[in-house]
Design a protein around this ligand. Structure first.
Ligand SMILES: [Zn+2]
Ligand SMILES: [Zn+2]
Length: 133
């Protein structure tokens, strides 16, 4: 009988994994190394990891990890002005995420603030008049 066959027999008689290991120990056989499943290995980083968030988890811990990472990323972008150059100027995202304060980016932020305020004012006005004027 080959070692492999013995192992299968032992595994068939064992109550659980620990029992199986003990039986194999008694026979002087080592457990075969667990082979990796074919294909892409499942990357399980557990919860509280931005990678798990990216995989689709939206639990509190993963969201917090993602938020912290975004803060760190923004800080890194901010400390590297060339990153803002790559992102392009005159954009609100460059002003906000990269902390760029060049004229085109400041103008984009001013415009966005103005537009947001106007939209809110319009909404408030509509609510006051009940939408009919
Ligand atoms: Zn999670
Ligand atoms: Zn800029």
């Amino acid at each position: 009988m080959s070692d492999r066959k013995v192992m299968l027999v032992v595994a068939g008689h064992a109550r659980d994994a620990a029992d199986c290991r003990q039986l194999l120990d008694m026979l002087g056989l080592a457990l075969p190394k667990p082979r990796r499943a074919p294909g892409r290995p499942t990357v399980d980083h557990g919860h509280g990891d931005h990678r798990t968030y990216i995989k689709g988890c939206r639990c509190t811990r993963c969201r917090e990890a993602m938020r912290v990472r975004a803060v760190e990323k923004r800080a890194a972008w901010r400390s590297a002005p060339s990153a803002a150059d790559r992102a392009g100027h005159g954009k609100l995202s460059t002003y906000k995420n990269y902390g760029c304060r060049c004229e085109p980016c400041k103008a984009a932020n001013t415009e966005a603030t103005r537009a947001g305020r106007a939209a809110r004012r319009e909404k408030a006005a509509l609510a006051e008049t009940g939408g009919a004027r």
